[in-house]
Design a protein around this ligand. Structure first.
Ligand code: ATP
Length: 199
């Protein structure tokens, strides 16, 4: 049967880079951020229900979801956040189930889940892979490659689980403190091991 792998890592750790390479090697990728965007696309049930709940003010002029606006509404109000999650989570779950059912019987399914550690989701996967990098490296990538201010980058890192919390749930660690070439070598070895585990 399919092998379910949870992939996580802090912001700017290189998680997307790893999931891209695993998908290129043949993994079926289920990207929770992508699903979260998909279920609020214009014309869908998710966006209609969000507008019902929070008002037209959460739409941009083009009728797409204004994430900043919605974020500012739910950010400091756990009850509103719970109402938003009650709309989106079942839709994300249903879409994820569809993608899993469509995957080949012997697939390696990689779930890219940024908040896997934060949400205690490790038991959902046969194997948890953590992409690890020092905070200074995360900061460097976020500021120089993504144009984030250092203050913003530090704030976002501080809002997530610590490296130690993530490493505590890891079955396997990808050390992304080096070059992209070193990363590629580790992903190749991981992929070979995943194919072994699957059979
Ligand atoms: P987020 O949680 O924000 O999605 P992420 O963990 O998915 O972050 P990536 O987008 O994979 O992070 O990487 C952040 C940036 O750093 C990207 O521009 C990526 O190409 C670059 N990067 C990742 N690993 C390395 C590396 N080893 N050397 C140089 N650049 C890297």
């Amino acid at each position: 049967s399919a092998l379910r792998v949870g992939l996580t890592g802090g912001i700017g750790s290189g998680k997307s880079e790893v999931s891209r390479r695993l998908a290129a090697a043949g993994a079926v990728l289920i990207d929770s951020d992508a699903l979260a965007r998909e279920v609020v696309e214009p014309g869908g049930e998710g966006l209609a229900r969000i507008v019902e709940e929070f008002g037209e003010g959460v739409l941009t002029g083009e009728g797409t979801l204004n994430r900043e606006k919605l974020g500012s509404i739910v950010f400091s109000d756990p009850e509103k956040l719970a109402r938003l999650n009650a709309i989106t989570h079942p839709l994300i779950g249903a879409r994820s189930a569809e993608l899993q059912e469509a995957a080949p019987e012997d697939a390696v399914i990689v779930f890219d889940v940024p908040l896997l550690a934060e949400n205690g989701l490790e038991s959902l996967y046969a194997l948890v892979v953590v992409v690890d990098a020092p905070v200074e490296t995360q900061l460097e990538r976020l500021t120089s490659l993504r144009g984030m201010s250092e203050e913003e980058a530090r704030k976002r890192i501080a809002a997530q689980a610590t490296r130690e919390q993530r490493l505590a749930i890891a079955d396997r660690v990808i050390d992304n403190s080096g070059t992209l070439e070193e990363l590629a070598g580790q992903v190749d070895r991981l992929w070979a091991d995943l194919l072994e585990l699957r059979s």
